[in-house]
Ligand binder design. Structure first.
Ligand code: GP9
Length: 412
C-alpha cells in the first residue's frame, strides 16, 4: 500500500532529523568499551527489591542496582515470538510482528542490527545461548545480523545440565572464558539465559529460597528459579571483575518477557495488596533493565518509561555512534527527549497516561489510565497517544514485511 510506504518515509524523515542526540555529555563517553548484554529468561520486574520470609528474591541484582542505572518502568515489547521477539526488539530496534516471530518469518530481510553496526565500528560481535542453534531460527538470523559467531549448545561443555540445557552458572562461566581467551576487544557479547524457563522446576539441590506459602505452586517455583538466576548473575559479575573485564565494559541486564503465570491472586498475595487492571498490565509487561557503566557512573533509579527497542539506540549513544541514519524505532534514553513506549498489543505509555486496549481492539472499549492517580480517566485523553502508537506499529510492520530498509536507503 503506497500510503503505508509514505507513512514509513515521513516517520523516518522526522526521526532522522533529530539534532539534539549528540549534544549530551554521555554521547561517546564510553567509546570503544566492551558491551555485554544479558537477556534474562522470563525475568520480570515485580520481584525486584522484594523479599519472602525475610530473604531477598534478587539480592545480587539489588546489590548491582546501587552502582547502576535501574529502569523501573522498562517494558518488554514482545508478541508471539517470545524470547526471539525480545532479541529482535533489543538488537534491531523494530517492533516484533503482530503474528509469529520475525526471526522465523523474515530472517533474510535487511535490518540495521546492533551487532552489524558495532562490527562496522571495529567490534567483535558474538552471541551466546546454550541451546539448539536452530531454535527460533537463530542460526540463520544471527548470520544475517552479522554476528562473528553464535556459541550454541555444542560449543559448551555440558558439565552442569539443568532444565532444557546447561545451567546459567556454567553457561555464564564458559561464555566469559571464551570472551577472555578467544575474542578480541572491543567486543559486543549478547547472552541469552535459559535456567528460568517455564515451568520453572528446579532440582532440590539448587533450591536456595524458602518460598513459604507458595511452596508447591508454579508461582513459588518461579520465584525459586529467578533467585537461582540472580545468583548466577552475581557470579558472572564476580568473574568479569576477576578477569579485569568489568571496568572497561558497559554491562546490561534485562528480562525478555513475562512468566506466563496469569493468576492475579498470586501476585496480590505476594505483594500483599489488591491490584487493579493497570497494576496487572504493568506487572505482566515490565521487565527490569540494569545498565552498569564502566566507571559505575550515572547510577540511580530512572522512572521514565523505556522499552526493549531502546537498547540499541542507547548503547550507540554511549559509544558515540549516531543512530540517525539507521532504521530504528526505539528511543534513545540518553537524549533527553520525551518517551512513548508502545507494546505489541497496542498498549502504550508516555509516563503520564497508560492505555490498555480491549480484546476487540475498538479504541473506545480500551482503558485510559492517569498514571499520577492510577485511576481510569476520560478515554479521549489517550487518543492522540493511541493514534501515534498505532502508527508506529504500522510503520514497523510495513518495513519488516516488505523488506524496505535497503530500498529506503536507495531512495525508494
Ligand atoms: C530457547 C529459549 C526459550 O532457546 O530462548 O524461548 P521461549 O520459549 O521463552 O520463547
Amino acid at each position: 500500500d503506497p500510503a503505508d510506504v509514505e507513512l514509513v518515509k515521513s516517520f523516518f524523515a522526522e526521526r532522522q532529523d533529530r539534532s539534539s542526540q549528540t549534544d549530551s555529555a554521555l554521547f561517546g563517553k564510553y567509546k570503544d568499551s566492551n558491551v555485554i548484554v544479558v537477556q534474562g529468561e522470563a525475568f520480570m520486574n515485580f520481584m525486584i527489591g522484594q523479599s519472602i520470609g525475610g530473604q531477598e528474591i534478587t539480592p545480587h541484582f539489588n546489590e548491582l542496582m546501587k552502582e547502576s542505572q535501574y529502569y523501573s518502568h522498562f517494558y518488554h515489547q514482545t508478541g508471539q515470538g517470545r524470547t526471539s521477539d525480545a532479541d529482535f526488539g533489543a538488537n534491531i530496534s523494530l517492533h516484533p510482528l503482530p503474528i509469529g516471530s520475525a526471526f522465523v518469518r523474515y530472517a533474510d530481510h535487511a535490518y540495521d542490527s546492533l551487532p552489524s553496526i558495532l562490527k562496522e565500528n571495529g567490534y567483535s560481535t558474538n552471541v551466546f545461548h546454550a541451546y539448539e542453534s536452530g531454535f527460533w531460527n537463530r542460526y540463520t538470523m544471527y548470520q544475517n545480523m552479522k554476528y562473528d559467531k553464535f556459541y550454541s549448545k555444542n560449543d559448551f561443555v555440558q558439565d552442569d545440565p539443568l532444565g532444557w540445557s546447561l545451567s546459567d552458572f556454567s553457561f555464564f562461566r564458559q561464555s566469559v572464558e571464551k570472551m577472555d581467551s578467544e575474542i578480541p576487544e572491543p567486543f559486543y557479547s549478547f547472552l541469552i539465559t535459559l535456567s528460568s524457563h517455564h515451568p520453572y522446576a528446579l532440582p532440590v539441590d539448587k533450591q536456595q529460597l524458602d518460598v513459604g506459602e507458595f511452596q508447591g505452586t508454579m508461582f513459588g517455583n518461579y520465584l525459586q528459579s529467578v533467585h537461582y538466576v540472580d545468583s548466577a548473575l552475581g557470579s558472572l559479575v564476580e568473574d568479569l571483575k576477576n578477569r579485569g573485564l568489568w571496568d572497561n565494559t558497559i554491562f546490561m541486564f534485562y528480562g525478555d518477557h513475562d512468566n506466563s503465570i496469569k493468576e492475579q491472586a498470586q501476585y496480590e498475595k505476594f505483594l500483599g495488596r489488591s491490584l487493579n487492571q493497570l497494576d496487572m498490565e504493568q506487572i505482566m509487561n515490565e521487565v527490569p533493565l540494569l545498565v552498569h557503566l564502566p566507571d559505575g557512573g550515572e547510577a540511580g533509579t530512572f522512572d521514565e518509561p523505556a522499552g526493549q527497542l531502546d537498547i540499541t539506540p542507547s548503547v550507540l549513544h554511549l559509544l558515540g555512534v549516531s543512530d540517525q541514519s539507521y532504521y530504528h524505532m526505539g528511543n534513545d534514553v540518553y537524549d533527553g527527549s520525551n518517551r512513548t513506549v508502545v507494546l505489541r498489543n497496542g498498549a502504550f505509555t508516555d509516563g503520564s497516561v497508560f492505555y490498555i486496549p480491549s480484546d476487540d481492539y475498538i479504541y473506545e472499549h480500551g482503558s485510559c489510565y492517569d498514571l499520577s492517580s492510577r485511576d481510569k480517566t476520560d478515554i479521549n485523553v489517550c487518543r492522540a497517544g493511541h493514534d501515534e502508537a498505532s502508527k508506529r506499529l504500522r510503520v514497523s510492520d510495513t518495513i519488516i514485511t516488505y523488506d524496505l530498509i535497503t530500498r529506503l536507503r536507495e531512495g525508494l
